[in-house]
Design a protein around this ligand. Structure first.
Ligand SMILES: Cc1ncc(C[n+]2csc(CCOP(=O)(O)OP(=O)(O)O)c2C)c(N)n1
Ligand SMILES: [Mg+2]
Length: 427
């Protein structure tokens, strides 16, 4: 019944321009969803009852498909791509160190991993300028590194050390820095970062600043009400928000197939009236290019973009979760698409990196991680007396100052239409 269908998503692989507007004629509307991927895995996970238990089984798709090449970046120089590669290795190495620290009983609380998602975390944050803003989620520890946090900061945070960014008051990566690094702390309540970052983008516009504000949401978290509210507000206000939907196929132990009925989460963009883009989240070039284009849109004041990054969460939800519910074949499939190994091969094959340079880079990363690990382990825990400090602001103990200045309305009568339309100036 084609006449009853009001929207279908058409995949355009070659046309790499955003088109949130409906195309096509007559009763049937079609919308463009850009798909940068060079491979489109088509697996389905379903529940199967056997042997008195329930487990997930994979069907469809080719589990032995050859690994696709990296898509050549339209924007990145070899030097920049090597920098991203280094961040990705630092991201992974830091998480491996954290896993070991946890097993040695040094970590307070759990550890969350972005294994398999390093390209998404690092290449996205790399697309931001220094004066732009990031709101990472718990798996985006690589993005924290790109924004200038050191591995030792994150290690100390997990160990609740006095010298950690939250001075030992939080035991996972709820850390930010709104003064120097323009990083809003992760918020565990899924989706809540979206209106916060939309607010950052609105604030920036009131200051006359043309910047992008980037944040992330998972395949599970994107179904929350606040995701809709935040993104709709950003769309209506044409705010410079870049939302990366990290479709890593799992929300805790629930597969993506049991969380939503659309094929691709990028299709949700159609309902907001904003561009939707799909990238292979294990290809740093695709992630960077889509984020760069979305940031450029944001800077031009054209509004938000939704980028769906497809990949696989290669560990359990956190360190306590052995992910035994994930079919092994799926792990094997995605292991072959490891973002770091793919990028390494690409850099070597293109002769942008020699084997010797690569070995030096790997050794440098390992040395830095070892230095940071030693320093973090040796650093002191907070003194008990400090527990009550820094919780409430005593009268006048520290002022929360606006970072850039307050927007100032120049003219107009209070409450009048003119007042509402008055020009906003920096103090
Ligand atoms: C609003 C809300 N509901 C539930 C939770 C509990 N919770 C934490 S993580 C998680 C799964 C998230 O899955 P997804 O969004 O796909 O992110 P991923 O862990 O895969 O990165 C859930 C249900 C929460 N933190 N916030
Ligand atoms: Mg998920």
């Amino acid at each position: 019944m084609p006449k009853k269908r009001i929207a279908t998503a058409r995949v355009a692989r070659k046309k790499l321009t955003f088109s949130p507007e409906p195309t096509g004629k007559g009763d049937l509307r079609t919308y463009t969803i850009l798909d940068y991927r060079l491979e489109k895995p088509n697996f389905t996970l379903r529940q199967v009852c056997s042997g008195g238990g329930v487990h997930y089984a994979v069907s469809g798709g080719d589990l032995n498909a050859p690994v696709p090449p990296i898509r050549e970046s339209k924007y990145l120089s070899p030097k920049q791509l090597i920098e991203i590669y280094r961040w990705m290795m630092l991201n992974r190495g830091m998480e491996t160190a954290l896993e070991n620290l946890y097993k040695q009983g040094q970590v307070v609380g759990g550890v969350y991993f972005g294994l398999g998602q390093e390209a998404c975390s690092c290449a996205s944050a790399y697309a931001l300028r220094e004066d732009e803003w990031l709101g990472p989620m718990i798996r985006n520890q690589g993005a924290l590194l790109v924004r200038g946090f050191a591995p030792r900061d994150i290690m100390m945070q997990y160990m609740a050390k006095a010298g950690s960014p939250t001075k030992g008051r939080d035991a996972s990566s709820h850390l930010g820095d709104i003064e120097r690094r323009n990083v809003v702390s992760p918020i565990s309540t899924l989706g809540d970062l979206i209106p916060v970052l939309a607010g950052v983008a609105l604030g920036a516009r009131l200051q006359g600043r043309k910047i992008a504000a980037m944040t992330y949401i998972g395949d599970g978290g994107q179904s929350t009400g606040v995701t809709y509210e935040g993104l709709n507000f950003a769309a209506v206000q044409k705010l410079g928000l870049v939302l990366i939907v990290e479709n890593n196929l799992w929300g805790y132990s629930t597969p993506a197939d049991m969380q939503f009925c659309i094929k691709d989460l990028a299709e949700r963009a159609i309902a907001y009236g904003i561009p939707g883009v799909i990238v292979d989240g294990t290809d740093a070039c695709q992630v960077y290019d889509a984020c760069h284009e979305a940031c450029e849109r944001a800077r031009r004041g054209e509004g938000p973009t939704l980028i769906e990054a497809k990949m696989m969460r290669m560990k359990g939800h956190a360190i306590h979760d052995a992910a035994e519910y994930v079919p092994r074949a799926l792990f094997e499939y995605w292991k072959k698409r490891d973002p770091i190994a793919r990028l390494e091969r690409y850099l070597l094959q293109n002769k942008w990196l020699t084997a010797a340079q690569n070995a030096k880079l790997i050794a440098d990363v390992e040395r830095q991680l070892e230095e940071d690990r030693e320093l973090a382990v040796a650093s002191p825990m907070p003194v008990p007396e400090s527990a009550a400090g820094g919780v409430y602001c005593e009268a006048g103990c520290h002022k929360i100052k606006p970072k850039y200045g307050m927007p100032k309305v120049r003219s107009g009568n209070p409450g009048s239409m003119k007042d509402r339309e008055a020009t906003v100036h920096l103090k």
